[in-house]
Design a protein around this ligand. Structure first.
Ligand code: ATP
Ligand code: FE2
Length: 338
């Protein structure tokens, strides 16, 4: 089985073609980069509408797959920015109609987990999902993926982007802060905000801005912010793993590209006998391949939508969608072979 997946939840328009053994046959991606400031949803949606025809063409040609071999068209139904989601859904509906293929709705957050799960070979991992808009610890239980903990305010990536922007960087700021942090020397104490299984970043943002006003070197600030924020993520991931008695952790989302976060997670996990897997950066950030792979699983699980019912769901939560491709009612499910 081969599925073509369309991703467009935020700044990234992407088309992936994936086969039933989770081999990424092709991936074509184009990211909207605002000239200044953060993402403007309407501008990003226009960007996506402009680049999608070329991305579909490129993904199809480089996959070497004939249209007749494509079993279904999958798309990100939510969560995300409404105008951006609608750009991608329109493309998916058009392809489904023109090529007479079933249309498969996919939850973007679950897709991050599933691509990491299949690449890791882990059976039932916990996901530390650290992206721009989302910061969650997720695990499967009783037919659905459940959010065990999450941010109470900003997503970690949005927090990093906002901070970097306020220091004169361009979007996305996470990789720029990472570069600065490598030159950091002196660590400043900043608010560490973990509430049970949840985290929050607004106090850290305010304190970081106050440190800037006091004249801290941006390299020292970046290092201090990374150490503080990533330690918070490690703590809730560790607690989630401990609650479940799980020994498997996967990372996903754009911030999972960060080398320091990966190293800190490893340092937390190794002494506890927890295995960690991080997908390659191209599959950590938003990408059409994870949507295609989740489309394969969902389609095998009997999930399709009629075009007239295929509305996008900007606020759809991880735990609002069934995962029928995971067998069994508890957390020990298997992937059904597509
Ligand atoms: P979602 O819809 O899942 O919330 P998203 O739209 O934020 O995803 P992603 O591509 O998953 O998109 O993540 C983008 C975020 O990742 C941005 O905030 C960016 O700054 C951050 N990021 C990317 N690379 C790094 C890095 N090396 N270090 C820290 N942050 C990074
Ligand atoms: Fe994402």
């Amino acid at each position: 089985m081969v599925v073509l997946g369309i991703e467009s939840t935020a700044h990234t328009a992407s088309v992936g073609v994936v086969d039933g053994s989770a081999r990424v046959r092709s991936l074509a991606t184009d990211m909207y980069r605002p000239a200044h400031g953060g993402i403007h949803p309407r501008e990003a949606a226009n960007h996506h509408a402009e680049v999608f025809p070329e991305l579909v063409e490129r993904a199809l040609v480089s996959s070497g797959v004939d249209v007749t071999e494509i079993e279904a068209i999958a798309f990100s139904q939510g969560p995300g920015l409404g105008p951006c989601l609608r750009s991608g859904a329109t493309v998916a509906r058009t392809l489904a109609q023109a090529w007479e293929k079933p249309l498969v709705p996919v939850n973007h957050c679950v897709a991050h987990l599933e691509i990491a799960r299949v690449l890791s070979g882990f059976r039932d991992p916990v996901l530390l999902y650290a992206s721009g808009g989302n910061t969650q610890v997720v695990a499967f239980s009783n037919g659905r993926y459940r959010v065990l903990g999450e941010t109470l305010d900003l997503g970690i990536g949005n927090f990093l982007d906002k901070l970097a922007l306020s220091l004169g960087a361009t979007f996305p700021g996470g990789p720029i802060l990472e570069k600065w942090a490598r030159e950091g020397r002196d660590v400043e104490a900043l608010p560490y905000s973990v509430h049970g299984m949840d985290v929050s970043f607004s106090g850290l943002f305010t304190a970081a801005r106050a440190a800037v006003a006091r004249g801290i070197r941006k390299e020292d600030l970046a290092l201090s912010v990374e150490l503080t924020a990533y330690a918070m993520l490690c703590e809730i991931a560790e607690r989630g793993l401990a609650h479940l008695g799980s020994r498997e952790l996967v990372l996903g989302g754009g911030v999972a590209c960060n080398a320091r976060l990966r190293a800190m997670v490893e340092a937390m996990a190794a002494p506890r006998g927890i295995r960690v897997y991080s997908p390659p950066p191209s599959l950590c950030v938003d990408n059409g391949a994870m949507i295609a792979w989740n489309g394969i699983l969902a389609h095998a699980g009997g999930i399709t939508t009629e075009i007239e019912d295929s509305v996008v769901l900007p606020r759809q939560r991880t735990d609002q969608v069934d995962a029928p491709w995971r067998a069994g009612p508890s957390s020990g499910g298997e992937v059904s072979p597509p």
